[in-house]
Design a protein around this ligand. Structure first.
Ligand SMILES: Nc1ncnc2c1ncn2[C@@H]1O[C@H](COP(=O)(O)OP(=O)(O)OP(=O)(O)O)[C@@H](O)[C@H]1O
Length: 929
């Protein structure tokens, strides 16, 4: 029984002498059973001696059994790694079971699995037993018989390997047998599948004394090489090329260490092979760290092979890209991956550079094409395809004449010669598009010789935009030349860069004579300092006709493209200066008066001089001065003026001032409130009507246009004019003629028009409720009137002005104004502007019983001052304000006790506003019910 068991077993005495053993045990020691019997275990166990045995024995007696690993000394003096299990049997005897670890190191099933892995074969040589394992793939490849001994196999292999390869690997194999290590080599191998390149890996491991086993793998390197080819390659050459193989080879373990890396790996990474063996792969492989290593191993275990690109960094910090084909291997419990890596850094860089280049070409705004010497198209960029509408297939092999008309032969020859001498040719041409249309292009051609061939590279630049720009520039230049304003443009060195026709006419010079000249040569009266410092300056010139003119110029410094210019724009202002002068004096006077206002209860002064009361426009605000300045400028030029601004800002007042300052002041100013007139009456109001023109037209009536003949027509609230009347008005304005309603006679009038509105006409034009042509006709000289909240410094003077006006009207004596009330007024936003302030003062004067006037704000106004009420949109504020007034009048709209009176609006205006703002009875009735 004992002798038939396949498990090697020995029975020993306490002295460790072998008293019995089975044949399996004898085979393990490579001895005859008789030879072993009588020997001492302490001599057979390579790690034991008599003293240690004594200790073991005591331990064994205590525990009854134990297991340990050791090496057995075999008959040929080799050490065999084994697992020893000792069991105490009683009567001073010990039974020993032995497990041959070498035999268990390989798992045939795993080998099978690995061999399925395409072109990888595995082998293992158990040196102690002289047994060679080969995976089926390898056996099949080599056409070798499994039953052969290692030596026989080696002989057979020798015959199949190129002699020079054999000579090279033999010493390396020997070395591996002497000392544990590894190598890999490329071999030329002729086997069942013809001749092929094989990569041959070997690694050895052993115990303290010697190498016990060798193992490794072979991997097919590339496609089969036809035998006759190989024959023609000399062995030496093959050996050389294998030595020069550039692949990097790494073996890695699951813990990330690299037990083996080849010379190419060491060369690239700059670490010695010994250094590499001590390093973790993550030390030079980007991203190969921590969880990623584990995940990667998981993947390798399940997929067994991988082809991927890795980035590594060498000792110096240089980065490389490796294209790795990696295989998973398992030897018993040991796992490895083997990676064959090709350095593709340069390839990759070239690929990326190429991609960038292609991207740049394709995204270039220019159309690019390359021609071969015979004029056929070699390459075009994306832009070319897009712009011409061509498809690559349309173009392939086509001649350039498909897109460009070639010049005459002799010009072509000349161009060819110039290109050959390295010149770049430029010009303008027309590119024929696929649609049949033509595109104006600027062309640039140069030659390039590449790979022995000459190519012409053509860049085409679309000129359409440039041509359009040129036309625009020409038009703007013409517009500038005929502008009413004088325009002068100086470079930073104060030389004349541009001067427009208007100014040239005034000074009677020719443009070509003065462009580029120093300004002082042409305008000696302009001094340099004022150009640099002043925003506006006047120059006096003597006109062609000998007249003395004053030109008022606005100076602005313009920087464009890092170049600075001075732009001087202005008009002949002769005659206007005096008017401005008088305004200036008035303004100064007002300022002086303002300074005199007292802190405490403000004392009212005696009626002030005329300066305070320029056309009843009261202001001390420097900002408002600009508006007045504009009035002064435009008053007697007779142009149409459009005054915009919120309600109650004094637009009508400005209109009247324009009329009074104009040469028409002794004629009538006729006002039409477009909002107040019912729609069906406006036309007859404006243009008049003949008797019987419509029901109710009992007699002939002159229209306001007619009435304003020779004077000024003021169209207030022009934004409310119905659309059909807008066109009639436009005609009257443009042609100066119209017919009365129901009349046939065409009337001509000389009318200066001033219009006003609190609506945003531009927005109305956009929405289609105001005619664009009328808007442009009216907007010749726009004046934007300021809201009172933008000039609170005017509040005290206005309060004073209105107090005086109403006190006089109501026959009251008011000498002072409560200053804290005044302070509050200054903080209030006055959505109704001056009209609201005027009403407030009027009310205050009515209620005033002493010489000091209190001007309290109402609750809503107070809330706004304290910031408690939200700042209302203008229309909403108007709505609220009207509702408040209606609440105060208990719902009465018209008549002497109606809201119109409190609001300072005539009844019709109020009713139309209420309609517009959708104010219904319900909005104000509730409050007083
Ligand atoms: N600067 C000012 N000095 C004195 N009074 C002024 C001033 N501005 C406006 N007012 C007075 O304020 C009131 C409103 O002015 P005006 O009617 O001119 O305003 P508006 O802008 O035309 O108003 P709306 O848009 O409602 O027609 C008038 O009584 C006017 O005399």
């Amino acid at each position: 029984m004992f002798s038939q068991l396949s498990v090697p077993m020995l029975l020993i005495e306490d002295s460790s002498r072998v008293i019995a053993l089975n044949p399996a045990a004898a085979r393990l020691f490579k001895m005859e059973p008789e030879e072993l019997e009588g020997q001492f275990w302490s001599g057979l166990d390579g790690q034991l001696n008599q003293i240690i045995w004594k200790k073991r024995l005591r331990e064994l007696e205590d525990k009854g059994s134990f297991v340990y690993n050791t090496d057995l000394v075999t008959s040929d003096e080799l050490l065999r790694p084994v697992e020893v299990e000792m069991v105490r049997t009683g009567e001073g005897l010990t039974l020993i079971y032995l497990h041959n670890l070498l035999a268990e190191g390989i798992d045939e099933a795993d080998l099978e699995l690995m061999s399925n892995d395409g072109n990888v074969g595995f082998w293992m040589y158990n040196r102690v037993d002289d047994v060679l394992y080969m995976s089926p793939y390898l056996r099949e490849l080599a056409g070798l018989d499994e039953s052969k001994s290692a030596r026989e196999v080696a002989y057979q292999l020798q015959e199949r390997i190129l002699p020079s390869d054999w000579d090279r690997i033999r010493p390396q194999v020997k070395e591996l047998l002497d000392e544990a290590g590894a190598f890999d080599q490329l071999l030329h191998f002729t086997g069942s599948r013809g001749t092929m390149n094989l990569r041959f890996f070997a690694q050895s491991s052993g115990n303290a004394l010697h190498v016990t086993r060798l193992f490794g793998m072979i991997r097919q390197e590339n496609d089969l090489i036809a035998t006759d080819h190989v024959d023609s390659i000399s062995g030496e050459l093959a050996a050389f090329s294998i030595d020069q193989a550039k692949d990097l080879i790494f073996w890695t373990r699951p813990d990330g260490t690299v037990p083996y890396a080849n010379q190419a790996a060491s060369d690239l990474l700059g670490y010695t092979r010994e250094e590499l063996q001590k390093m973790h792969a993550g030390a030079y492989t980007i991203g190969f760290k921590g969880e990623r290593v584990e995940a990667w191993w998981e993947k390798m275990r399940s997929e067994r092979a991988d082809q991927s690109i890795w980035e590594v960094v060498d000792k110096e910090g240089n980065h490389y890209l490796l294209d790795a084909s990696i295989t998973y291997l398992r030897f018993g419990k040991e796992e490895y991956t083997v990676g064959f890596c090709r350095n593709i850094t340069e390839l990759e860089i070239a690929r990326r550079r190429q991609a960038i280049l292609e991207f740049t070409l394709d995204h270039s705004k220019e159309l690019i094409l390359w021609l071969k010497e015979d004029g056929t198209i070699h390459f075009v960029n994306e832009t070319f395809l897009e712009r011409t509408g061509a498809d690559l297939s349309d173009i392939e092999g086509k001649h350039i004449s498909m897109f460009l008309d070639l010049p005459d032969e002799h010009i072509r020859q000349e161009a060819k010669a110039r290109l050959e001498s390295g010149e770049t040719l430029t010009g303008e041409m027309e590119l024929k598009l696929m649609s049949g249309k033509k595109l104006a292009v600027k062309i640039r051609i140069s030659n390039l010789t590449y790979g022995g061939e000459v190519y012409s590279c053509i860049y085409l630049q679309d000129m359409t935009a440039k041509r359009e720009r040129d036309i625009q520039l020409k038009l703007s230049a013409e517009a500038l030349d005929s502008a009413a304003d004088c325009i002068l443009w100086l470079n930073v060195d104060l030389r004349i860069n541009y001067i427009n026709g208007t100014l040239l006419d005034l000074i009677g010079r020719k443009r070509e004579d003065i462009i580029g000249a120093k300004y002082s040569k042409v305008f000696p009266q302009l001094d340099q300092k004022s150009i640099f410092e002043e925003q506006t300056l006047n120059i006096d010139v003597i006109s062609n006709s000998g007249e003395e003119l004053t030109i008022n110029l606005n100076v602005s410094r313009i920087t464009d493209n890092n170049q600075s210019f001075f732009m001087l724009v202005g008009r002949d202002m002769t005659g206007q200066r005096e008017r401005e002068q008088s305004l200036e004096t008035a303004y100064e006077e007002i300022r002086r008066l303002k300074d005199n206002l007292e802190d405490e209860n403000v004392t009212l002064r005696e009626e002030v001089g005329s300066g305070y009361n320029v056309n009843n426009i009261i202001t001390v605000s420097p900002k408002y001065k600009k508006v007045l300045h504009q009035i002064g400028q435009v008053a007697d030029v007779d142009t149409t003026v459009l005054i915009t601004g919120e309600t109650g800002t004094g637009k009508e007042l400005l209109a009247r001032a324009i009329h009074q300052l104009s040469e028409r002041s002794d004629q009538a100013l006729i006002k039409v409130n477009c909002a107040a007139l019912p729609e069906n009456l406006i036309e007859s109001e404006l243009f008049g009507h003949e008797k019987g023109a419509y029901t109710g037209a009992v007699g002939r009536k002159r229209g306001r246009f007619e009435m304003a003949d020779g004077g000024t027509l003021f169209l207030d609230e022009i934004g409310e004019l119905p659309l059909d009347l807008q066109s009639k008005l436009l005609r009257a304005l443009q042609e100066g003629e119209f017919e009365r309603l129901g009349g046939t006679e065409t009337l001509n009038v000389d009318v200066r028009l001033v219009a006003a509105t609190n609506r945003n006409l531009q927005e109305m034009v956009r929405q289609g409720s105001f005619r664009a042509d009328l808007y442009y006709r009216l907007n010749v000289f726009p004046i934007e009137n300021m809201a009172l909240r933008e000039r609170p410094e005017d509040i005290p003077v206005l309060v004073e002005h209105f107090t005086r006006k109403f006190a006089k009207r109501q026959n009251k004596k008011v000498t002072k104004i409560n200053s804290s009330d005044l302070a509050k007024l200054k903080k209030y936003s006055f959505p109704g502007n001056i009209r609201e302030l005027e009403n407030l003062v009027e009310r205050a004067v009515v209620l005033c019983n002493s010489e000091t006037l209190s001007i309290p704000l109402n609750v809503q106004q107070e809330k706004t001052v304290k910031g408690e009420a939200p700042f209302l949109q203008f229309e909403e504020m108007q709505r609220q304000h009207i509702i408040n007034a209606l609440i105060m009048t208990e719902g009465r709209v018209t008549g002497p006790n109606g809201a119109g009176v409190i609001l300072g609006l005539n009844d019709r205006t109020l009713v139309s506003k209420m309609r517009k703002l959708d104010i219904k009875k319900i909005d104000y009735l509730k409050a007083y019910e």
